[in-house]
Design a protein. Structure first.
Length: 547
């Protein structure tokens, strides 16, 4: 069989490196990956090993947004991880290079690497450049917000059409510090990707060089016997959380780091995110909370420049091993990255806010926790009247109808990992709220999740979710909901006796029927507070011992 794919006698004595690429033509995010996989293969070959490529699925989150297709997005993460594991296990690969572009394919590749524990290097496909609309840079975030602006009469349909045509000018993932770019930065901070590899855009010629050098590195990791279990330590995950907080990254980072840590058999919980958030300042002025895009961060020194600021402040574990075979500190020293430019990257002493870009909230409405992006948010407390929706679509219809009023808290429930099923993102709703001019006077609370492009008073991942008997399933219209960011509280202002009365009347919703992937996902998935892990319904404070 191997002779038939082109290997000769000499090749059969060499290590075999699987090149796993989530390449497809259904989204610009994944279009560079086939080209980059070929470059990685050349690197593997030049290092004296054999490259064998294969593909995985990858959902386009942007295209799946706002309709039932979004329910497939988060489950695709586990399908991709399973498929890479399956191929690596069946073909007995010696090492891996994994390439990803759109949101869920990135954590999936890192989950697979941790699970297989073969020498692995991760390669990101790169972000797109921002578009240009009337002389200002725009991204897909502006388009989603434009829908709300049209509903509120603040933009014409013709203007929205012009904006939509300009927002995504070419290949690459969404241009701001949204989910794909957040996880790419995580991979660098974890030590699973080459230093400086997260920020060059998809159209940058450096991308092929990154892929080539990643192929070289994967073969060398095999020779050195360095595996993901050597890289993915507890300190490495602390570094990744620290970088996410400093960047003001996506709320999805919480789900994905919890899932990757589980596969790496490293104990990690929401409490770890909260502790690190309280001591790490937000220093990167990046969209959606700020002004600049991933390409601007690249020009300012990329993720290494951010990590260097954090290392100098004693906020990063510099001794962690990386896929270069050297430590974080050694990698940063060799790069000679620039200092803060005070436009994109701020010094610690002049941070955009003194704590991190994400906050973990708990309270009577979220006993097991909830996640909120606080980067760019100047609202510390909010109390409002609940407007309850069983699902995203009726909430979107309400926002677009123009009925939204200041002081409301939109509660969207039944959209958790099990209840959705699939825990869909709510970018269409949050962007419509913001675009309608209510980004600071209306809140949104959901057991679903958000896009990295979400802004405003938006709280997601509420756990337990409604389908698992969570308090969010007991909220009534006009109940008072209290949000206190400083105290990290999310409370339903209803007496314990009344909550108990409502709970006694609650009935579990029926599970999806059939044997399709969403039905199987709903039966097997656990809580968002544990990373929405398939096959791990309960949080595991003490995972299995490392291999």
């Amino acid at each position: 069989m191997l002779r038939a794919v082109g290997l000769d006698d000499d090749d059969l004595s060499k290590p075999q490196v699987g090149i796993a690429a989530a390449a497809n033509e259904v989204t610009p995010c994944n279009m560079p990956l086939a080209r980059l996989a070929a470059a990685a293969g050349r690197g593997v070959k030049d290092a004296g090993a054999v490259a064998l490529g294969f593909s995985t699925i990858a959902v386009s989150d942007g295209i799946a947004m706002g309709h039932d297709g979004m329910r497939a997005s988060l489950p695709s993460r586990d399908l991709i991880a399973d498929s890479v594991e399956c191929m690596a296990y069946a073909e007995r690969f010696d090492a891996l290079v994994t390439l990803a572009g759109c949101d869920k394919s990135l954590p999936a590749m890192l989950m697979a690497a941790a699970r297989c524990d073969l020498p692995t290097v991760f390669v990101y496909g790169g972000s797109s450049l921002p578009g240009s609309y009337h002389g200002r840079p725009v991204t897909v975030q502006d388009v989603f917000e434009g829908v709300g602006a049209v509903s509120a009469g603040r933009m014409s349909p013709a203007e929205l059409d012009e904006l939509e045509r300009a927002a995504c000018p070419g290949e690459g993932s969404c241009a701001g510090m949204y989910t794909a770019n957040t996880v790419a930065a995580e991979a660098e901070a974890l030590g699973m990707a080459l230093p400086g590899s997260a920020t060059p855009t998809a159209c940058d010629p450096r991308r092929e060089d990154v892929a080539y050098r990643s192929g070289l590195a994967a073969a060398r990791l095999f020779d050195a016997g360095i595996r993901p279990s050597d890289v993915l330590s507890r300190k490495a995950f602390e570094n990744a959380i620290t970088v996410v907080m400093a960047l003001g990254g996506s709320t999805n980072a919480v789900l994905h780091l919890l899932a990757i840590a589980h596969e790496a058999r490293v104990a990690l919980s929401l409490d770890d995110f909260d502790k690190i958030s309280r001591r790490v300042p937000h220093i990167a002025n990046l969209r959606p909370a700020g002004k600049y895009a991933m390409a601007d961060l690249d020009r300012s020194g990329g993720v290494p420049a951010v990590m260097n600021v954090l290392l100098d402040a004693g906020l990063l574990n510099g001794d962690c091993l990386t896929v270069t075979g050297a430590s974080i500190s050694d990698n940063l020293a060799s790069l000679q990255v620039p200092g803060p430019d005070r436009q994109v990257i701020y010094p610690i002493g002049a941070a955009l806010r003194s704590d991190g870009g994400l906050a973990i909230l708990r309270g009577s409405l979220a006993p097991d926790g909830a996640v909120m992006k606080v980067a760019g948010l100047d609202v510390g407390r909010f109390t409002g009247s609940a407007r309850v929706f069983d699902g995203e679509h009726p909430a979107m219809a309400y926002v677009r109808s123009g009925a939204l009023r200041p002081g409301e808290v939109l509660v969207i429930r039944g959209e958790g990992p099990r209840g959705g099923p699939g825990m869909p993102e709510m970018l269409a709703v949050t962007a419509a709220v913001n675009g309608s001019g209510h980004g600071k006077d209306v809140a949104l609370v959901t057991d679903g999740r958000f896009s990295g492009a979400t802004t405003g008073i938006s709280i997601g991942h509420v756990a337990p979710e409604a389908a698992m008997g969570g308090t969010i399933g007991l909220v009534h219209d006009h109940d008072q909901i209290s949000i206190d960011v400083e105290r990290r509280r999310l409370d339903l202002v209803v007496s314990d006796a009344e909550i108990a009365r409502r709970r006694a009347l609650w009935t579990e919703p029926p599970a999806p029927a059939g044997n399709g992937f969403l039905a199987k996902y709903a039966r097997l998935v656990g809580s968002a507070s544990c990373g929405a892990l398939v096959g791990a319904p309960e949080c595991l404070p003490h995972p299995s011992p490392p291999r």
